[in-house]
Structures are given as C-alpha cells and as structure tokens.
Design a protein around this ligand. Structure first.
Ligand code: THU
Length: 140
C-alpha cells in the first residue's frame, strides 16, 4: 500500500512543470473510496501563480467529489533519485489546505517514512477558530 502510494507520487512527479525552480514534485492522495488522486507542481512565468503538487492533488480530489482522505504520499527533488531518498515536506500553505479536510493524525508518506499532519502543522486555523469569533459556516 505504502509502495503503491509512493510509486503514484513518483509517477505524478514526472508530469511536474517546473522550468523556473528545477524542483519537481509529485503527490498522491488516497480518498476514502480507495481511489488515488495525483498532483504535480505547475509553475508559471508569473512566479506566484504556480501551485504545489499537494494542493493540486487535493483540488483534483475535491473536483471529483471526494473530500475524505486516508493518506498522502509526496515525492520531490531535482532528480528522481533525490525524490526517492530525500523527504520533501509539504509547505505551510499545503499543510493548511490539508488541515481543512484531514485530521491531525492524517498519515503523510515521505521518502524517510510515515509522518502525521500534526508533526508538521501542530496548530491550525480552521472552522472552529472561525466559530470562536462568532462566524458562521456554510454547511456544504
Ligand atoms: N513545491 C511543491 O510542489 N510541494 C512542496 O511540498 C514544496 C514545494 C513546489 C513549489 C515550486 O514549484 C517548487 O516546488 C519549488 O519550491
């Protein structure tokens, strides 16, 4: 299972579009249905318009109607060899997006093994943070 997920992330990494950083990332997100959604980083000449592999996978899953997830695998690096050996920790923005849909113990598979979301993001701004301020949420 872990191997399948990592292989899916490495395969998605092959599609990364990263001519500016030269850093290629792939992500594989397993939904509660068992289906795997993949994403890769896509950069842009207008630098800030780029998107990370992890958010790309989350949005792909959401657009397919899945919003509960079992696990995420991430593989990143300049070379395929690096991506297999060196852990690529999701950036803060991606961790925040993941925290919208995943619990703190959500497993994240990196090159050095299994971590959990709360290892990287111990606290998050979420729906309960908003309710503390009396803000209401759309139940969709
Ligand atoms: N990147 C990801 O896709 N995921 C990460 O976890 C870290 C960074 C991308 C963003 C950018 O295209 C490139 O890697 C260098 O930061």
């Amino acid at each position: 299972m872990i191997q399948n997920m990592t292989e899916a992330a490495l395969a998605a990494r092959e599609n990364a579009y990263a001519p500016y950083s030269g850093f290629f990332v792939g992500a594989a997100l397993r939904g509660e249905s068992g289906r795997i959604y993949t994403g890769c980083n896509v950069e842009n000449a207008s630098y800030s318009m780029g998107i990370c592999a992890e958010r790309s996978a989350v949005f792909q899953a959401l657009a397919s109607g899945e919003k509960r997830f079992r696990t995420l695998a991430v593989s990143g690096g300049r070379t395929n060899e690096d991506a297999k050996l060196i852990p690529c920790v999701p950036c803060g923005a991606c961790l925040q997006v993941l925290s919208e849909f995943c619990s703190p113990d959500f497993p994240i598979l990196l090159a050095d093994g299994v971590h959990k979301l709360s290892d990287f993001l111990p606290v998050q701004f979420n729906l309960s943070s908003l309710s503390q301020f009396g803000c209401h949420r759309d139940e969709r």
